[in-house]
Design a protein around this ligand. Structure first.
Ligand code: SF4
Ligand code: SF4
Length: 117
């Protein structure tokens, strides 16, 4: 069972995908970036920390909560919404830099994207 968490874009969550229904469906169907897993345990979903790219302090808080609840996060997905924000809406997140920082700081794998719908 892979324990995953998902970050969504604070600016467009509930606008591009209402109630994150697309990621829940994607997990159920092992669609898109979820195809790599046999079993998924969704530990948490939360926002990116907002512009201008405050994902590191956000993940520090989330990681502490997950560890305190004895549900450590193994894989962190940046939602497809964040990927789209980076590609089309001038999101300030530098994915390559953020991935290295989060993997070093918190020891979790970081993946860009979630569902493909
Ligand atoms: S891509 Fe996923 S995390 Fe982002 S808003 Fe859509 S359902 Fe939510
Ligand atoms: S930093 Fe990027 S992902 Fe986060 S709210 Fe701003 S545009 Fe969205």
């Amino acid at each position: 069972m892979s324990k995953i968490a998902i970050l969504y874009c604070k600016r467009i969550q509930d606008h591009s995908c209402i109630a994150c229904a697309k990621c829940y469906k994607g997990i159920y169907e092992r669609n898109g970036e979820f195809a790599r897993y046999d079993d998924i345990e969704l530990v948490a979903m939360t926002d990116c920390g907002d512009c201008p790219g405050l994902a590191v302090p956000r993940m520090k808080l989330l990681n502490e909560v997950a560890n305190n609840l004895e549900r450590p996060i193994e894989k962190l997905h940046l939602g497809t919404c964040i990927k789209l924000a980076m590609e089309t809406a001038e999101c300030p997140i530098d994915y390559d830099h953020l991935k290295i920082t989060l993997e070093k700081k918190f020891g979790m794998d970081v993946v860009l994207g979630t569902h493909s719908y």
